[in-house]
Design a protein around this ligand. Structure first.
Ligand code: COD
Length: 300
């Protein structure tokens, strides 16, 4: 099964018990709007940690009915994140979500050695895009957490993403490891890593997926383009997951898809004790809702 659009995620959570989601620094309009919708749709049960007065003012202004929702008053941003993270590590919540706070600040709390959400795995960012010009949803990693991943990191990033795609119903997701070109060039590290990852996949060192690379973006997403270049590949033109060389390439692709191609996006952090909804503060309420849906579908 593959996802044709982000709405397909709904099917995966239907009939499942609601997940407890804790929103850190909850005084954020788009996050609150998304959470209330997900609550009304029976996907999650929200817990809000943040400035109670600000939260209530936003909800009143935008007519969000939060009657019955647990609010933990913590006006200090840093302490509100700490409280939310600890609720997850104490098993009082199944999903963590970022509110009015920078990504790096939240991630540093998540990585805290004493009370954070580490599991021993690398944590990585995973995004799903619905783009009109592609025949199915396409996953992209890592566009927001790992800055300059090593080969070892890329193996962990692929494993995180493949495990998530497997949970979403993909048996053997097709993974394109991107470079600027589809030939190995010793001066372009991304192409060397890509070739190694492909070979490791062929030798079963990376399982449950089909990896090909290096592929340039055009051959990864267009069969015609791959054929014109004479590339024979099971992945070319039918990619489920794009592995980015580094955060700059990834983040520029992410923002280009959203701003130029009007793509819809859902994104989470994988590899921690629970999925973490970590959308950018500029993301729409819809993107935050779809990310909650993805987190619920991806959680155990
Ligand atoms: N997974 C698991 N452990 C990690 C990871 C990871 N991805 N990254 C760091 N750690 C561990 C390290 O092993 C170490 O023990 C500790 O955390 C601190 O590591 P540093 O010194 O590299 O960590 P920081 O605090 O300097 O950086 C961690 C961040 C996640 C904050 C950093 O990688 C970062 O800023 N990433 C980009 C976040 C961002 O701005 N995204 C926004 C784009 S929209």
């Amino acid at each position: 099964m593959v996802l044709k659009n982000l709405n397909d995620l709904k099917r995966l959570v239907e009939g499942r018990p609601r997940k407890k989601l804790v929103l850190a620094a909850a005084q954020d309009q788009h996050s609150l709007g998304a959470i209330i919708k997900a609550w009304k749709d029976n996907i999650i049960e929200p817990i809000l940690v943040g400035d109670k007065e600000d939260i209530e003012n936003i909800c009143e202004t935008f007519s969000y009915d939060i009657t019955g929702v647990t609010i933990i008053h913590e006006p200090d941003i840093q302490r509100s994140v700490e409280t939310a993270v600890k609720m997850v590590s104490n098993k009082q919540a199944d999903i963590l979500m970022k509110g009015k706070i920078g990504s790096a600040t939240l991630l540093r709390c998540v990585l805290n050695k004493e009370w954070g959400l580490r599991t021993g795995n690398l944590l990585s960012h995973f995004a799903l895009f619905e783009v009109e010009t592609y025949h199915k949803v396409i996953a992209v990693t890592d566009v927001a957490m790992n800055i300059a991943p090593s080969l070892q990191d890329k193996i962990a990033i692929v494993n995180n993403s493949v495990a998530c795609l497997n949970r979403l119903g993909y048996k053997m997701p097709k993974v394109a490891v991107l470079g600027a070109v589809e030939m190995v060039n010793e001066n372009m590290k991304a192409t060397l890593d890509a070739a190694l990852l492909s070979k490791m996949n062929q030798r079963d060192q990376i399982k449950n997926c089909i990896i090909d690379g290096p592929l340039a973006f055009d051959n990864a997403v267009s069969l015609e383009s791959a054929q014109l270049k004479g590339i024979k590949s099971e992945v070319a033109g039918d990619t489920d997951l794009l592995l980015m060389p580094d955060i700059e390439v990834g983040n520029v692709l992410y923002k280009s898809l959203v701003f130029f191609a009007q793509a819809k996006v859902a994104s989470i952090i994988l590899g921690a004790m629970v999925p973490i909804v970590l959308t950018s503060r500029s993301d729409s309420e819809q993107a935050k809702f779809d990310s909650i849906l993805l987190a619920a579908a991806a959680s155990n």
